[in-house]
Design a protein around this ligand. Structure first.
Ligand code: SF4
Ligand code: SF4
Length: 330
C-alpha cells in the first residue's frame, strides 16, 4: 500500500466512525503550551494536581515518551449537549463519548499496525498536551473559554491523538477561516462564576467543572457550584459555534444515585474523575446540588432522608446539610 492509499484509507475510517475533525503533524516539542502551563501555575490560576499541570515538560515533549514517533494524528469525536442550560451533569460526562473516542483510537492504531507501522494512542493523558496537538494539527482553535473548538460543533468534542513512526498527511472536516472569538464574548458573560479571566485562560479555583472534582470544599465552593453535580456546560452552550448540535437529554437520576449501592453507582458514573474512586464524592456532589437547587421532588427528599441514616458519618452530614439548605433555597 502506498502512503497516499494509507492516508486515504485512514481518513475513510475516521469519517465512518463519526470523527468531525482530524489533522496531522510532526512530533515536535510543544514549548508554547509548556510555557503557558508554567505561567498559569506561577499565577496560581490552575489546579497543579490536574494531570497536564503535574509535569508540563513531559506533556510538551511526546518524543520523550515515544522516541520512535515521527508523526501524529489528532481526532475530534463529537457529543451532544443538553438544551437545558441548567443541566446538572455536563454533556461529555452524561453521554458516553469517551467510549466512542476509545473505540476510534483503537481502530486507528489497529489500522496503522496492520499496515506495518508502529502506533499508539493517547487521550486525557499527562503525556501530551491535547490542545497543543489539536492546534498544531489545524483542526480547531482554542476559544476564549480555553477549550478547543472545531467548525460546526464548537467545543462539543473529545480529543485524542495517535502517534506513529511515519509522518502522515490526514485531514477530515472543515477549518476555521477566521477567529470567531474576535467579536464575541458570550462564553464570558454566560460563566456563572466569572472564571474566564483572560482570553483562553480559566481560573480553575472558580471553574465549577474543576471545583466539582476536588476532594475538599470550602463553604464558598459549596455555593459556587450551584445545582451542578459533574462538569459545567454553560460556556460551551453559550458558544454560537455548534448550536445546532444540541439536543434534549433526560435529566440525571439524582435520587437514584443517592440510594443505589457503591458498585451500581460506579457502574453508572465510573467514567467520571472521582477522587480516589470513592463513591462518597458523587453522593456529596448530588446532595449539595439538590440542597442548592431546593424544590425537591418526593423521591429526592426520600433519598436525602436515607442519606441522613447512612452508616458513614460524612454521608449523614451531607444529607442533613442538603435538607437544611433546600429549606432555605425554597
Ligand atoms: S465550565 Fe462553567 S464555571 Fe467553568 S468556565 Fe465554563 S461556564 Fe465558567
Ligand atoms: S462564545 Fe464566542 S468568545 Fe466564547 S469561545 Fe465561542 S465564539 Fe469564542
Amino acid at each position: 500500500m502506498s502512503s497516499h492509499e494509507l492516508e486515504l484509507g485512514f481518513e475513510q475510517l475516521l469519517i465512518e466512525r463519526g470523527v468531525v475533525a482530524a489533522g496531522s503533524g510532526a512530533v515536535v516539542p510543544l514549548h508554547f503550551d509548556a510555557q503557558q502551563s508554567r505561567l498559569r501555575i506561577a499565577a496560581g490560576s490552575v489546579d497543579p494536581t490536574h494531570f497536564t499541570y503535574r509535569n508540563p515538560e513531559r506533556a510538551a515533549v511526546v518524543a520523550r515518551t515515544f522516541p520512535w514517533s515521527q508523526g501524529y494524528v489528532t481526532v475530534a469525536v463529537p457529543y451532544l449537549t443538553a438544551l437545558d442550560r441548567e443541566a446538572q451533569v455536563a454533556g461529555y460526562a452524561y453521554n458516553r463519548c469517551y467510549e466512542d473516542l476509545r473505540g476510534t483510537l483503537a481502530a486507528s492504531v489497529a489500522y496503522l499496525r496492520e499496515a506495518g507501522l508502529r502506533a499508539v494512542s493517547l487521550f486525557d493523558s499527562n503525556q501530551a498536551f491535547d490542545k497543543g496537538l489539536a492546534r498544531r494539527a489545524g483542526i480547531g482553535l482554542v476559544g476564549r473559554h480555553s477549550m478547543v473548538m472545531v467548525p460546526k460543533v464548537g467545543s462539543r468534542v473529545v480529543l485524542g491523538s495517535i502517534f506513529t513512526e511515519q509522518l502522515l498527511s490526514v485531514s477530515v472536516g472543515r477549518r476555521f477561516r477566521s477567529d470567531p472569538c474576535q467579536s464575541c464574548r458570550r462564553c464570558v458573560d454566560a460563566c456563572p462564576t466569572g472564571a474566564i479571566r483572560l482570553p483562553g485562560t480559566l481560573d480553575a479555583h472558580r471553574c465549577i467543572a474543576s471545583i466539582l472534582q476536588q476532594d475538599s470544599w470550602s463553604p464558598v465552593d459549596r455555593k459556587l457550584v450551584g445545582a451542578r453535580v459533574y462538569g459545567c456546560d454553560s460556556c460551551i452552550d453559550a458558544c454560537p459555534i455548534g448550536w445546532t448540535s444540541r439536543k434534549e437529554s433526560a435529566p440525571a437520576p439524582l435520587a437514584r444515585w443517592l440510594t443505589v449501592s457503591d458498585q451500581e453507582l460506579l457502574g453508572e458514573v465510573g467514567h467520571w474523575y472521582i477522587p480516589r474512586r470513592d463513591p462518597f464524592y458523587v453522593r456529596r456532589n448530588v446532595a449539595n446540588a439538590l440542597g442548592n437547587r431546593g424544590s425537591l421532588t418526593l423521591d429526592e427528599r426520600r433519598a436525602l432522608a436515607l442519606l441522613c441514616v447512612s452508616s458513614q458519618t460524612r454521608e449523614r452530614i451531607e444529607g442533613l446539610r442538603a435538607l437544611l439548605r433546600a429549606r432555605w433555597a425554597r
